[in-house]
Design a protein around this ligand. Sequence first.
Ligand SMILES: C[S@@+](CC[C@H](N)C(=O)[O-])C[C@H]1O[C@@H](n2cnc3c(N)ncnc32)[C@H](O)[C@@H]1O
Length: 389
Amino acid sequence: MIADELRIIGSTQTNVVMAAEVTRVAQRALGARPPAPRKEGLGQLIYPFDGALAWAAVTYLRTPTRVLWDVYRSRQTRLEPLYDELVADIAGDARPLIRDRDGISVEARRVEVVAAGERQVVGTVKNALIDAAARRGVRLHVDPERPATRWVARGDASGLVVSIDLGGGSLSQRGWRRDAGEAPLREHLAAVLLMLGRFDPRRDALVDPMCGSGTIPIEAIHAARATPRPASALPALAVLGLARPAEPLFPDAAPLVIGCDHDLAVLSVARDNARAAGVAGDVVWQRADVARLAPGLVADIARERGRPAPTTGLLLANPPYGERLDDPGLDELYAAIAATCRRFRGWRAGFLVGSPALELAFQRAIGRPRIKKPLANANLRAYFYLYEL
Ligand SMILES: C[S@@+](CC[C@H](N)C(=O)[O-])C[C@H]1O[C@@H](n2cnc3c(N)ncnc32)[C@H](O)[C@@H]1O
């Protein structure tokens, strides 16, 4: 049957953060509050489909990994009836989802609801699309490399859902990463951490004391401005008639953002990444050991840029976890991080970390976290901690 919903997918445990970002973006870009979403699991939001909301979502959202338009739904568990149902739905669908001579690609994810393998489901959906389009005089062909629209078949509690991937793949990759450095944070998770840390660019300085390849500082600038994804990265919007001109939603945002690391080589990677991300002049990169970081250094950097010393801000990082949980070096490092945080009175500090040793070090030096939230990082179990300093 025909479906018509906007599905926003992110990491598990990020539903609330994603919903808050959807509301903020919709209000600013469209001047309207979106309806309350239906939540599926801990990492998916579903809204009634609305073309303007879909455009705003895929153009501006930074916390999700995918934005899909669910267009067909089937409870069939065998391939032949699935094909027949899809052909009937697609052939009779008045929505402009397909254009003559367009290339398409089809992928399948978790399709155990159908008694067949992923490849067979892909073949069935692809054939249904091409055959049903042909009945309408529309010629489609398969183009896995540069499709006009990417189609996704995925199973959920109600059966098989066929969607168009409006972002054309993972939205986590922003396109600027040249060299990952060691254990980079995925970009959408950096956006999640900024929201969980309540980063307010009008008021807060942002310091990542262990910035590695620079993901958090780079993300902080784009999140502050709500930089749109370029139209060239979102070809499906034009195909589906959903494209609109897009400008940054907060073009004047200019927070003080500093990335520190003790490793000069990774700082040079971070600089290259910032250049590729178009924020070379917006982030200050500083070689510093986290143990030596202090408000005085941040004040000096602010003064050099003609700004007042910040009185509040967010220290945000994903520190090394270490190879082993009982690595004695880690205890020392986490104690140094906690001691540094004590110097930043009036600030907040947020960390994504897989080892419980950080919480113990902070328990001794600072106290209990304001927020402790499970959040997987690259499939490793981790927690996000937020401390008021
Ligand atoms: C897990 S990585 C951070 C990854 C980063 N968020 C990214 O996206 O690339 C941890 C970083 O901490 C840095 N680091 C480790 N010990 C440090 C210390 N004592 N002072 C400053 N940086 C340190 C490492 O050089 C490494 O770049």
